[in-house]
Design a protein. Structure first.
Length: 239
């Protein structure tokens, strides 16, 4: 991640995004290019193509400071376990993703991704991301899970896991339904990264209770502290 202020001073950093091989990669949806971002949702190519290492950038502005996120999308395949850590150095934040419609992916957060993050980038802020939010109420998904006596991962389960792994935020999103929910992921990640780089800012992983960040459809500016709400109906939590 790079940041610049009015005097063009730059700081370097980065964001890692990791998750199972079949988990929706919202970074791909968000950062693949202006032409796709401008296309109607129904016209976008939603089939994800597996990657080993992909790099994307996105810019935001917070408190009159320009923030440039460098996002590394790494393969979750066990085949690349020895290669993936090469992308970890100097990461300011890590997005650990799981699939809301596949409860078993929640287990991999604890069994694999938490340990790998602590080993290779222990100082990075963790943002836990529940992907495919739209599938939580999808009838076909509910029907298939019911055959196994399962249900989609609940928001409460995601929040509890986020606290357990020491994440600074828990976010749920669906790039297929709302691009704004995907942007919120990176808004929160930007705030987490800036807090790490500017130690005078209040750390967001204090022991206070969970607060949810309100979603504001159509807004593209950064979410900030004045926009944090206790509304339990929203899908983003700051720890």
């Amino acid at each position: 991640m790079k940041t610049s202020d009015d005097t063009s001073k730059m700081k370097e950093g980065g964001i890692q995004k990791k998750g199972g091989e079949n988990i929706q990669k919202m970074a791909m949806r968000f950062g693949r290019g202006h032409s796709q971002a401008a296309a109607p949702l129904q016209e976008r190519p939603w089939n994800y193509v597996p990657t080993v290492f992909e790099n994307y950038t996105a810019s935001f502005e917070i408190e009159k400071q320009r923030i440039e996120l460098n996002m590394w999308d790494t393969s979750g395949s066990a085949y690349y376990d020895n290669v993936r850590p090469l992308a970890y150095p100097d990461s300011d934040a890590v997005l650990i993703c799981f699939d809301i419609s596949r409860p078993e992916t929640l287990d991999s957060v604890l069994k694999k991704w938490q340990g790998e993050t602590q080993e290779f980038c222990p100082n990075a802020k963790i943002v836990l991301v529940g992907c495919k939010l739209d599938m939580r109420t999808d009838l076909n998904t509910l029907r298939e899970l019911s055959k196994q006596r399962l249900i989609p991962v609940t928001h409460e389960q995601g929040s509890m896991l986020a606290r357990q792994i020491g994440a600074v935020a828990y976010v749920e999103c669906s790039s297929k339904v709302s691009e704004n929910s995907v942007r919120d992921v990176f808004h929160v990640t930007t705030l987490a990264s800036v807090n790490r780089m500017h130690k005078n800012l209040k750390r967001s992983n204090s022991k206070r209770g969970l607060k949810r960040v309100s979603q504001m459809p159509g807004r593209t500016d950064l979410l900030n502290d004045t926009e944090i709400r206790k509304d339990r109906a929203k899908s983003c939590s700051i720890m």
